[in-house]
Design a protein around this ligand. Structure first.
Ligand code: NDP
Ligand code: GDR
Length: 364
């Protein structure tokens, strides 16, 4: 389905979803512009494989420095790139971190969405540019019904979720007030080998691989009872694109409809490596042991959140029926892929360790 005429702008292109979405759109023939933040170290490792020397022919992937907290920058980039589709994926996306940086999170995740929508309006691009907002199951927070649908009431439980609530409603408002084609994808948790290392799934697969190779003794986690509906990011970005290809702009829940606990995820990742976990104790005293009796998992209350989202389970019936979408990658396949990738990295670290090289050598 090549459509070389289309141009997309992705904010958050250096993140997990940004990388998969850029890959998808490039494969569909799009010209893709990505917004990246200036950093003192390179922050493009997830998209380096997509980048081409701008001097080559038929280059269709371009990066622009920018930030969702900077209106004039967003207006200029929109004016220069004239996108048919804007995917607003950029966010301070870590729920626990949002309790530490609530004002910044509100600025980037809440007002950042408004800035992009206003830029479209200021430039008179309402009838040209379609807008996707990365909304989240965190909006449901303290859940009022299970499973959650597009009609389930919101009750956000973190500065992140409150900021995203603003992003959700300002997107709806611009659709209703100015006729903008603007959609919210209410996405439940989605993971992959590209997931940031401080989200629970990746933290687990990385640690289990290292424990398997003797590079680490133990994994410290917070709430083991939290229940999540985990899908694969590759499946979910396809949905983001599909939402912008419809006749009318609408909001959709994207989820698998299957729920696991954090404890289940640990067990699944460990099993992939041939480790069986025996659980003992309760609450902060709970521990996980391997078959030799070594304690490999402990609870550390520092990972508890001031207000927790205990359970999320999505009902994506609307997306399945209206958009013909369904996830292709199972929970087991996703865990397997993540563990294998992290094992490969751990094996490299093990080699370095075995051969005696040490970063500190440089300082001695
Ligand atoms: P990541 O944390 O992997 O990526 C976030 C991206 O946003 C990064 O590219 C980051 O840049 C960028 N960013 C952060 N702050 C700013 C800013 N002020 N200005 C410009 N860019 C910024 O998130 P995911 O890819 O997992 O998620 C994508 C979006 O979907 C996010 O909005 C997230 O909140 C939302 N979401 C994610 C879900 C999930 O399970 N993954 C579920 C539901 C919603 P840098 O690389 O420089 O840090
Ligand atoms: P979440 O993802 O908060 O759902 O937000 P995360 O993986 O951070 O937490 C999931 C659940 O696991 C519990 N948990 C831990 N979490 C982390 N990060 N680290 C730990 O050590 C740990 N131990 C237990 C958490 O308390 C929580 O209940 C993600 C982000 O991608 C958001 O941007 C997105 O909007 C939502 O998913 C849907």
């Amino acid at each position: 389905m090549l459509d070389a005429r289309k141009t997309a702008l992705i904010t958050g292109v250096t993140g997990q979803d940004g990388a998969y979405l850029a890959e998808l759109l490039l494969a569909k023939g799009y010209v893709v512009h990505g917004l990246k933040r200036r950093a003192s170290l390179f922050n493009t490792s997830r998209i380096d494989h997509l980048y081409r020397d701008p001097h080559e022919e038929d280059v269709r992937f371009f990066l622009h420095h920018g930030d969702l907290t900077d209106s004039s920058n967003l207006i200029r980039i929109l004016q220069q790139t004239q996108p048919d589709e804007v995917y607003n994926l950029a966010a301070q996306s870590h729920v626990a971190v949002s309790f530490e940086v609530p004002e910044y999170t509100a600025n980037a995740d809440g007002l950042g969405t408004l800035r992009l929508l206003e830029a479209i309006r200021i430039l008179g691009m309402e009838s040209k540019t379609r807008f996707y907002q990365a909304s989240t199951s965190e909006l449901y927070g303290l859940v009022h019904e299970t499973p959650q649908t597009e009609k389930t009431p919101f009750y956000p439980r973190s500065p992140y979720a409150v900021a995203k609530l603003y992003g959700y409603w300002i997107t709806v408002n611009y659709r209703e007030a100015y006729g903008l084609y603007a959609c919210n994808g209410i996405l439940f948790n989605h993971e992959s080998p590209l997931r940031g290392e401080n989200f629970v799934t990746r933290k687990i697969t990385r640690a289990m691989a290292r424990i398997k190779l003797g590079l680490q003794d133990r994994l410290y986690l917070g709430n083991l009872n939290a229940l999540r509906d985990w899908g694969h990011a590759r499946d979910y970005v396809e949905m983001q694109w599909l939402m912008l290809q419809q006749e009318n702009a609408e909001d959709y829940v994207i989820a698998t409809g299957v729920q696991y606990s954090v404890r289940d995820f640990v067990a699944a990742a460990a099993a992939e490596l041939g480790i069986s976990v025996r659980w003992d104790g309760n609450g902060v005293e709970e521990k996980g042991f391997d078959s030799d009796g070594n304690c490999i998992v402990s609870v550390d209350p520092r990972y508890f959140r001031p207000t927790e989202v205990e359970t999320l389970l999505g009902d994506a019936t609307k997306a399945r029926t209206k958009l013909g979408w369904s996830p292709k990658i199972s929970f087991e396949e996703m865990v397997q892929e993540m563990v294998r990738e992290d094992l490969r990295t751990a094996e490299r670290d093990e080699l370095v360790k075995k051969h005696g090289y040490h970063v500190n050598d440089f300082h001695e």
